[in-house]
Write a protein that binds this ligand. Structure first.
Ligand SMILES: [Zn+2]
Length: 94
């Protein structure tokens, strides 16, 4: 269990066998998936409908994060564990 205010640690992502699917993605009231990074302050909203059209409903949310990392947060050792050097997470998840 983790507190709702504590972001899921990146290291845990690599161990997750089953990812939450895009069709189950958390959205705000307007139907947009909200991304935010705690390290660089990056914010991004993407309509869930657009994401579904681009990635498909079975796409994993972890993969989606990795595919949408802000450029300024791509660390040099980001490849080490397949996890980004970034605090990017879903603002509405948790
Ligand atoms: Zn960042």
């Amino acid at each position: 269990m983790h507190s709702p205010h504590e972001p899921i640690h990146q290291r845990d992502f690599a161990d997750m066998v089953e990812q939450v699917r895009l069709r189950e993605a958390p959205t705000d009231a307007g139907g947009a998936v909200r991304f935010g990074c705690e390290r660089c302050g990056w914010r991004h909203d993407a309509p869930l409908a657009d994401l579904l059209a681009r990635y498909g409903p079975e796409f994993g949310l972890v993969n989606l994060l990795n595919d949408n990392l802000p450029p300024q947060c791509r660390g040099e050792d980001s490849q080490a564990l397949g996890a980004p050097q970034c605090g990017l997470h879903y603002l509405d998840l948790g």
